[in-house]
Design a protein around this ligand. Structure first.
Ligand SMILES: Nc1ncnc2c1ncn2[C@@H]1O[C@H](COP(=O)(O)OP(=O)(O)OP(=O)(O)O)[C@@H](O)[C@H]1O
Length: 330
């Protein structure tokens, strides 16, 4: 059974199509990153899964339950970290967690939960209204863990967290996954999902533009990485040596530095070996993976091209469902 399955899921707000014919499957036990630029429809999708909003068309199944027909069943087994969590300003952090435990009939130890999310003992008894943004986010994460859910739905969980907080969150997500929990979380920052996700789905304009591992995604959209090699002494033949390698393009040299695009992972090591074999010395090597922005741009451009091609093929131009899935292509 899939943890999440949507079929033709669509949500329109007037003229705005927030979620557009979404076909998404998240397997049980996986950590799934739901990526997309601002306004792509990520929060709306989560709201649809939780029956906070009703779909215009299509359906969603969460942990085997129809999200619209059995929302209580869903909420009993799902832990939710909502975007922009509101605290009760006068209640302490501990009281928030105790309250969540009482209302869900769970038997968790509030301190054990607060410990896991890194809220220090002295902070636990302070009114949550005094909490920093990161502390509120940690508290909200703790509340999502109450009742040991089978599925964690997290909307921008890294929002407001400092680097320590982000690392703690990543550890927690992995621990949950190791214990068998499915984790689905949205983000518009690739680095936040990259470290922990088994797969990612990229949402662009309410449509799933890609579903894959991050490595697979990078390979399939061909954006690869930028490699910068700094050589000692001669660079005269370096450019042609590197350019001759498979998976290397756009080679340029500036002084003793050579820059190129690498679309095949093996090409990086090969470039160094070939240069050294040709009598050159590589002093430094820097590799910068494709940014999320370039992935979005490539995926959006591909989507636009697909729409145009389909419109030309059927002569109507009316079908705008241009789903592109690298998994199917690669
Ligand atoms: N209640 C609403 N009424 C009208 N339009 C809405 C409503 N909720 C969302 N939208 C619109 O739907 C689109 C998708 O919004 P959504 O919040 O789902 O995006 P998102 O991917 O979560 O964005 P972000 O990363 O900025 O949180 C946007 O164009 C937004 O303006």
């Amino acid at each position: 059974m899939a943890a999440i399955e949507t079929a033709g899921l669509t949500k329109r707000y007037g003229d705005v199509t927030a979620v557009d014919d979404l076909e998404l499957t998240v397997e049980e036990g996986e950590v799934f990153g739901f990526l997309g630029p601002n306004g792509a429809g990520k929060s709306t999708t989560i709201d649809l899964l939780l029956d906070f909003v009703r779909p215009t068309a299509g359906s969603a199944t969460v942990l085997g339950y129809d999200a619209q027909a059995a929302p209580q069943k869903v909420s009993q087994r799902v832990g939710v970290l909502p975007e922009g969590f509101d605290v009760y300003p006068r209640l302490t952090g501990r009281r928030h967690v105790e309250f969540a435990i009482e209302t869900t009939d769970a038997d968790d130890d509030p301190d054990a939960i607060l410990e896991r999310v890194g809220l220090e003992p002295d902070a636990r008894d302070r009114p949550a209204g005094e909490y920093s943004t990161g502390m509120r986010q940690r508290l909200a994460t703790g509340i999502a863990l109450v009742g040991d859910p089978d599925l964690l739905l997290m909307d921008e969980p890294a929002s407001g967290l400092d680097p320590h907080g982000i690392r703690d969150l990543q550890t927690l997500v992995r621990e949950e996954a190791d214990a068998g929990t499915t984790v689905f979380f949205s983000s518009h920052i690739l680095e936040h999902v990259e470290a922990v996700c088994d797969r990612v789905g990229v949402l662009v304009d309410g449509q799933l533009a890609a579903v894959d591992t991050i490595a697979g995604l990078r390979a399939s959209v061909g954006t690869g990485a930028t490699m910068e090699l700094t050589l000692a002494g001669r660079v005269d033949r370096a450019a042609e040596t590197v350019a001759a390698l498979e998976g290397v393009t756009d080679v340029t040299t500036t002084g003793s530095t050579l820059e190129c695009l690498v679309t095949h992972p093996r090409a990086k090591a090969l470039a160094v070996t070939e240069l050294e074999d040709a009598g050159m010395t590589v002093r430094d090597l820097r590799v910068e993976d494709a940014s999320l922005e370039s992935l979005y741009t490539t995926l959006t451009d591909e989507q636009a091209a697909d729409v145009a091609a389909e419109a030309l093929e059927d002569g109507s131009g009316s079908d705008t469902n241009a789903e592109h899935e690298p998994e199917a292509v690669g």
